[in-house]
Design a protein around this ligand. Structure first.
Ligand SMILES: NC(=O)c1ccc[n+]([C@@H]2O[C@H](COP(=O)([O-])OP(=O)(O)OC[C@H]3O[C@@H](n4cnc5c(N)ncnc54)[C@H](OP(=O)(O)O)[C@@H]3O)[C@@H](O)[C@H]2O)c1
Length: 328
């Protein structure tokens, strides 16, 4: 029987997600990879309960995480049932719909029919009555924005979600969606976007737009799927994402040029008493509109290393200049 560490809430700070009452720690755990049908239950359980013991309360899922699609939610549901049932009120559980999920015209993008039936399926897979955040996973250029935002609103009004979220919306799309959500009085709290040292598009507009609108940013792939760690410094390990079957990170994505940058960043990190992983997370967390980084992991030790980022979050202007030079 899992019993959570009684000191878990002394290990991370919690802050509000944008202009909302919902609090989140700077580190969240995502279940995109390593939680699918082929994953070992014990390892998944160790990561989720281990993260919770470290003060991580937010777990990020989507209908299609696996493979096969849906299996990460099923795995998470098993962990909830075996270990975390009595902690439900302490957990911030998020799921999404917006990518291809089932065949035919009703299993993709942003119709009301897709979003609401997908949410029902997600709840069944996880054995939950409600999720804390239900996201539209990506913008839909074909469906009227009022319909998609109306579906998010209906999800909340039905009690099957507490808050609405968006993901992968650019600044213009975010403003348009937010105007509809505001008119509907939907409790909308977050845009979830990709941002890391190797992919800095979010710096152009999103970081400032979220700040101005009072919307929290949750950042996915803050370690560039593992490229911004020591994982690939001596080749591509077989048990790594790039060494496995992921269609999202392939062997060829690990370039010499990138690894040279990681070596240089590692030296800079060492001078701060950090690893390159921790430097990469501190870099993303330096913006006030960034509420949390959603890390992925294949073992608990990785989560523990990420967690220790909190020991040094401050980056001096000199360090930021040195980082810019390396990333150029
Ligand atoms: N909204 C969206 O469209 C969207 C898209 C993508 C992701 N997401 C969310 O964001 C989450 C995180 O994405 P991500 O997995 O790409 O994040 P990431 O944190 O950039 O990469 C995670 C990978 O980095 C490696 N890693 C993590 N910590 C490490 C450490 N301390 N030392 C060495 N390697 C380490 C692991 O690779 P190995 O597995 O090789 O060990 C891990 O699987 C997802 O789970 C999902 O919840 C959302």
């Amino acid at each position: 029987m899992f019993k959570a560490d009684s000191k878990r809430y002394e290990k991370l700070p919690y802050d509000r997600l944008g202009y909302s009452g919902l609090m989140v720690a700077p580190i969240s755990l995502g279940l995109w990879h390593n939680f699918g049908g082929a994953a070992a239950f014990e390892n998944c359980r160790e990561m989720v309960t281990g993260a919770f013991n470290l003060g991580v309360t937010h777990f990020d899922l989507a209908n299609n995480y696996g493979p096969p699609p849906g299996s990460a939610e099923t795995m998470f549901g098993k962990i909830l049932a075996s270990d975390l049932k009595s902690y439900r009120n302490e957990l911030l559980i998020a799921t999404k719909a917006g990518y291809d999920m089932w065949p035919g015209p009703y299993g993709d993008f942003g119709s009301r029919k897709y979003l609401l039936s997908s949410l029902d399926d997600s709840l069944k897979r996880m054995g939950l009555d409600y999720v804390d955040i239900f996201y539209h996973h990506r913008p839909d250029p074909q469906t009227p924005i009022e319909e998609t935002m109306g579906a998010l609103d209906a999800a909340v009004r039905s009690g099957k979600a507490l808050y609405a979220g968006l993901s992968n919306y650019n600044a213009t799309q975010l403003k348009a969606a937010r105007a509809v959500l505001k008119e509907q009085k939907t409790p909308f709290v977050v845009n979830q976007v990709k941002y890391n040292m190797f992919d800095r598009a979010a710096e152009l507009e999103m970081v400032q737009t979220a700040e101005v609108l009072g919307i929290g940013l949750l950042i996915y792939s803050p370690l560039a799927q593992g490229l911004l760690t020591n994982r690939y410094l001596n080749g591509v390990p077989q048990d790594s994402r790039a060494g496995g079957n992921s269609v999202f990170l392939k062997r060829d994505d690990v370039s010499n040029e990138m690894m040279q940058k990681v070596v240089a960043l590692s030296k800079l990190a060492a001078a701060r008493g950090q690893t390159v992983t921790q430097l990469a997370l501190a870099f993303v967390l330096r913006h006030s509109s960034v509420s949390s980084v959603i890390i992925g992991a294949s073992r608990l030790a990785q989560i523990e290393e990420c967690h220790r980022t909190m020991e040094n979050l401050t980056l001096s202007s000199k360090e930021l200049e040195a980082i810019e030079l390396i990333l150029q």
